[in-house]
Design a binder for this molecule. Sequence first.
Ligand SMILES: NC(=O)c1ccc[n+]([C@@H]2O[C@H](COP(=O)([O-])OP(=O)(O)OC[C@H]3O[C@@H](n4cnc5c(N)ncnc54)[C@H](O)[C@@H]3O)[C@@H](O)[C@H]2O)c1
Length: 348
Amino acid sequence: MPTFTFEQIRGVAVQVFAALGCPPDEAEIVGDALARANLAGHDSHGIIRVEQYARLVKEGSIVPGGPTTTERETACTALLDGGWNFGQVVARRAVELGIRKAREFGSGTISVKQSNHLGRLGEYTLMAAQEGMLCTATVNNHGRGNLVAPFGGSDGRLATNPISFACPGPDRPIVVDITTSVVAEGKVRILKNAGKQAPEGWLIDSNGNPTTNPQDLYGPPPGAILPFGGAVGHKGFALSVMVDILSGALSGAGCSHSSTCRLGNAMFFHILDPEKFVTRDEYDHWVSTLQTHIKGSPPAPGFSEILMPGEPEFRTEDRRRRDGIPVDDVTWQQFKACAAGIGVQFEL
Ligand SMILES: NC(=O)c1ccc[n+]([C@@H]2O[C@H](COP(=O)([O-])OP(=O)(O)OC[C@H]3O[C@@H](n4cnc5c(N)ncnc54)[C@H](O)[C@@H]3O)[C@@H](O)[C@H]2O)c1
């Protein structure tokens, strides 16, 4: 399995997006976001996506350089149209706007339609937390809902509908970034590429029966991913319903309703400035107290310590910056073939 530095992965990804027609600053944003996903250990949202994005650009589904326009705006809210540009570009613009509004008025809520896949949602809540803000974010698949079964259902009716929260923490930001399904679809794809079985409790086949074969998700006929929670999957399902409404109904992009409508990410960002509520010292005191209290729990059998949400990714980032980022052979061959297909030459 080849191993690369963050800068190497970022560099070749930026080259590919520039060759696909992204303006230079946008190629940097998309390449950087994918390389950061690999750095954080979420390889399902790293350069494995390049081949898919290149195909979507060729099909006209992604419009590199597409303008972001404001459809409606108040002091604290905005509805943006992303011009079907890369989600990474549109999300960054939305969060920048939300931070500006929160800094001035206390909160900024930004809803976005007509945007493509933004990759890791936590990238954007973290961006707000690094500016001292608290951020909640959700996306659905812009009305496409055919991957995740509702609790008690036997076929895919929802998207994986992730939700992310981030806030400033005592050492590093605290970042929650989770799908409301048991797992992100990309992680099933990685297992399928590797010829491995999925863990029990992730998938059902097209008849609604439990399966561990990743191919059963894709069919034909397709199966589905289960909502998170196992025996209490009603909780993951309940969250997914609200994520769908916040993302799809508020933006006008549409809630999950079809298996064939144009795929994208409708987005919802709610950003708060804590200093419009309490002093920075009070906020820091309470978050720090909470973290110390939680981490004081004696580890249960099989655990060596308590980690805060976001800590696993920061630790993986530290390790991968030191030791390099491993990329599985199938993903690397696909990436090289995709780059060659659009005339990008590189030596690594
Ligand atoms: N754009 C899209 O349409 C889309 C759709 C689905 C998923 N995604 C992305 O896929 C990624 C993966 O999602 P996932 O649900 O598979 O991730 P996951 O199951 O790995 O959960 C990640 C979250 O759990 C926390 N965590 C993990 N282990 C922990 C531990 N031991 N202690 C404390 N906290 C811990 C992490 O810090 C993180 O906040 C996310 O970045 C998500 O945004 C994007």
